[in-house]
Design a protein around this ligand. Structure first.
Ligand code: ADP
Length: 392
């Protein structure tokens, strides 16, 4: 059965088409700069990567190119062969603990949740509507970034703010990257050979979050009401004392909007180093002896270690730690420093095994108290699996 996995952002649209249940990728691609000049798309098909520069005034046009490519490359002979389309939706609030069929009701609810994800939910819905129009017979399925974290209890998800903020305005921790955490937690349980596990999943890319997963269910996560919370990230601050905000407003005259931009786009590795949000640039800066790059990476790593230590206690021990996403899968040096920082827990790195990028690997030695793994994440296949589930 042909199933599409879709991730629509405000100016981009990523897709992968699978043959299910085999999970074979038939074609994949990304449309970029939608609604902006110099738009283009790249597709990977039959082992070839093709780039085409085309005008993409909106998502509907992007979907038209996509369907044209599917037909021209004989991935399908008729669009009715596509039985299901899974859409990544960022925010399901506390309404969805699992994936659901995207009925009009669900779409309205996602729309109502827009204040919680003002940039993401509307962009996701534009993608959903474009596909509904182009391929109306396929079952459309919503796969929420927040869903996996809905198993947290209120002790974990509430902030120490007035309870009415939660009741009246939905102020609580929601957590993000859920599809990725679910995938790597599931995969490590397969490796461990059972489901009764205490696992710490570290999704560290440009954005980053860590989750505590008990028996396959999330009990805590580092992102919060928005993806700004938790770790020091590429350009997001992560946890700060909230009263810094009125203080800086008072000192600088900045507006709430400006501060929001600084906390999300000009903080983290970028804000501390003054060099870049990209961890590769930070590593290059460190090699060149740049003190602020050294400091930025130390803070980045310290925060990760602290969350792992916290979740170790919260889980009552730990059966595996997993690293994934851009930095987690590729930065040998960052992983090494994190694991060295966990010495007090008896975690021991296998330097040779850790010399790996983007490949599922056990990176700790046999006498390590906790095995640590690199597991490349695969959110697309999770989206396809859920879409397949509803389309069978
Ligand atoms: P996003 O949150 O945007 O999905 P990714 O998961 O793609 O981010 O991660 C991007 C981050 O991964 C960047 O900071 C980048 O520097 C880092 N990264 C990618 N490849 C490497 C590498 N080979 N070594 C170190 N860091 C890497």
């Amino acid at each position: 059965m042909k199933i599409l996995s879709v991730n629509a952002g405000s100016s981009s649209l990523k897709f992968q088409m699978y043959e299910m249940p085999e999970e074979t990728v038939l074609i994949s691609g990304v449309f970029e700069r939608i609604g902006i000049e110099n738009s283009f798309y790249t597709i990977k098909v039959n082992g070839e990567k093709i780039k085409k520069e085309v005008e993409l005034p909106n998502h509907e046009i992007a979907v038209e190119y996509l369907t044209k490519e599917l037909l021209e490359n004989h991935i399908v002979d008729d669009l009715s062969e596509i039985k299901g389309i899974g859409h990544r939706l960022v925010h399901g609030g506390d309404k969805y603990a699992d994936s659901v069929i995207l009925t009009e009701d669900v779409m309205n609810t996602v729309e109502e949740l827009t204040p919680l994800a003002p940039l993401h939910n509307p962009a996701n819905l534009v993608g959903v509507r474009a596909f509904k129009k182009a391929i109306p017979d396929a079952v459309a399925v919503a796969v929420f970034d927040t869903a996996f974290h809905q198993t947290m209890d209120e002790v974990s998800y509430l902030y120490g703010t007035p309870y009415e903020w939660y009741q009246n305005y939905g102020v609580r921790k929601y957590g993000f990257h859920g599809t990725s955490h679910k995938y790597i937690a599931g995969r490590v349980n397969e490796i461990l050979g059972h489901e009764n596990t205490r696992v710490i999943t570290c999704h560290i890319g440009n954005g980053g979050s860590i989750s505590a997963v008990k028996d396959g269910k999330c009990i805590d996560t580092s992102m919060g009401f928005t993806p700004n919370a938790g770790l020091v990230m590429g350009s997001r601050s992560g946890d700060i004392d909230a009263t810094v905000i009125p203080y800086i407003m008072d000192k600088t005259g900045m507006s709430i909007k400006e501060i929001d931009t600084v906390l999300n786009k000009q903080s983290g590795l970028l804000g501390i180093s003054g060099v870049s949000s990209d961890s590769r640039d930070i590593e290059a800066g460190i090699e060149a002896g740049n003190e602020r790059c050294i400091l930025a990476q130390k803070m980045y790593i310290r925060r990760i270690i602290n969350y792992i230590a916290q979740y170790y206690v919260e889980l009552g021990g730990c059966d595996a730690i997993v690293f994934t996403a851009g930095v987690g899968e590729n930065s040998i040096n960052v992983r090494k420093q994190i694991i060295e920082g966990l010495q007090a827990l008896g975690v021991k790195l296998d330097e040779e095994a850790n010399n790996v990028r983007g490949k599922e690997t056990l990176i700790t030695s046999s006498d390590s108290s906790i095995p640590c793994y690199v597991i490349p994440t695969d959110e697309e296949v999770m989206i396809a699996r859920d879409a397949y589930h509803f389309s069978k």
